[in-house]
Design a protein around this ligand. Structure first.
Ligand code: ASP
Length: 329
């Protein structure tokens, strides 16, 4: 029988509580054996408790530990399922995709909108589907949710209270689990399987909005090593000195301080094209890196990873612009 490792990190899936009480992490494995016994018919499933946290508590140090655990354990399994809260699932999925290059087996992240112990929970189906994806899906880091399998570093949480919580706006699903489960081939693990677990967390994400005070944004720079700018549309932001809040000096000062700046779009679909408008061109002239159609979550994690492994500006840029794990088109 095939062997699957199921690593629990926490999230609503494993929580309990009735309103007006808040949902809190609970004894997940006991509920799992009671509510989803069929999992153990699909494969020999070993359970491993990594943590039992609301995913708002996830931090880069935990991504590194989770990647190291998967790296050590995977040789003995056919695939792994990681249960996770939906709030930061897109970050963890992105992180694992960069920290585990050359992954030879499926690592499937899943969660749910309602706890497994509740009657109308989506957790049971997500768990069963995830085990199927870990057995038959492509060898990469994926997210299985609401009968779909997505590339992990492409997902965004788009809904808070409906079962189709995730979308992958710039990359088609890698699997659809209808009456039949169908999968795409996914990434080909050409490189040697490695663990690159280091991350430099001193990164900031700055969202551009009308009224953003450039001096406040510039005040961030002494405390950070990398910056992700979530700009409008194709990578736009104000540049007019006449209208009082130009952001070009932010890009200039970042360049002078040797801080890489990656520009991504606040729009879900498509990506930035810095050469299209005046502001993007100004950012390019100040050395900014276009993030293409990467999600903001993938961009921030990739920048943390680049800063941990590369010293030179050119190397950081090359890593950010390269398609490392299918994260941009
Ligand atoms: N707050 C929860 C978490 O991310 C939400 C969820 O799991 O759906 O852990």
């Amino acid at each position: 029988m095939a062997r699957i490792l199921l690593v629990h990190t926490g999230g609503t899936l494993g929580m309990a509580g009735r309103r007006p009480e808040a949902l809190r992490p609970a004894a997940f494995f006991r509920t799992l054996r009671r509510r989803a016994p069929e999992l153990f018919e699909l494969a020999e499933v070993d359970l491993e408790l990594f943590s039992n946290l609301d995913s708002a508590e996830m931090q880069p140090e935990l991504w590194s530990r989770l990647a190291a655990l998967l790296y050590r354990r995977l040789p003995r399994y056919d695939g792994a399922v990681v249960t996770h809260g939906t709030d930061t699932l897109a970050y963890t999925a992105s992180a694992l995709s960069f920290l585990l290059p050359g992954l030879p087996k499926p690592v499937v992240l899943t969660g749910s909108q309602r706890p497994l112990g509740e009657i109308r929970s989506d957790a049971r189906l997500n768990l069963v589907d995830s085990v199927i994806c870990a057995l038959r899906g492509p060898p990469e880091v994926t997210v299985c949710f609401d009968s779909h399998l997505y590339r992990g570093n492409r997902v965004r949480k788009v809904k808070v209270a409906e079962y189709d919580a995730f979308d992958s706006p710039n990359f088609p699903p890698l699997g659809v689990l209808g009456v039949e489960a169908r999968f795409e081939p996914g990434l080909r693990p050409a490189r040697r399987f490695r663990l690159l677990e280091r991350l430099e967390p001193s990164v900031f994400v700055l969202k551009v909005f009308p009224g953003l005070e450039p001096s406040l944004a510039r005040a961030l720079l002494p405390g950070i090593k990398g910056l992700v700018v979530e700009a409008y549309g194709s990578g736009n932001f104000p540049v007019s000195p006449r209208l009082g809040r130009p952001l070009r000096p932010l890009f200039r000062e970042a360049r002078e301080r040797g801080i890489p700046v990656v520009v991504v779009s606040e729009a879900n679909r498509n990506g930035v094209d810095l050469a299209l408008y005046e502001s993007g061109a100004a950012a390019l002239a100040e050395g900014a890196i276009g993030g293409g159609d990467m999600t903001p979550a993938a961009a921030v994690v990739k920048l943390m990873h680049a800063l941990a492994y590369f010293r030179g500006r050119a190397e950081v840029r090359a890593y950010l612009e390269k398609n490392v794990a299918g994260e941009h088109s």
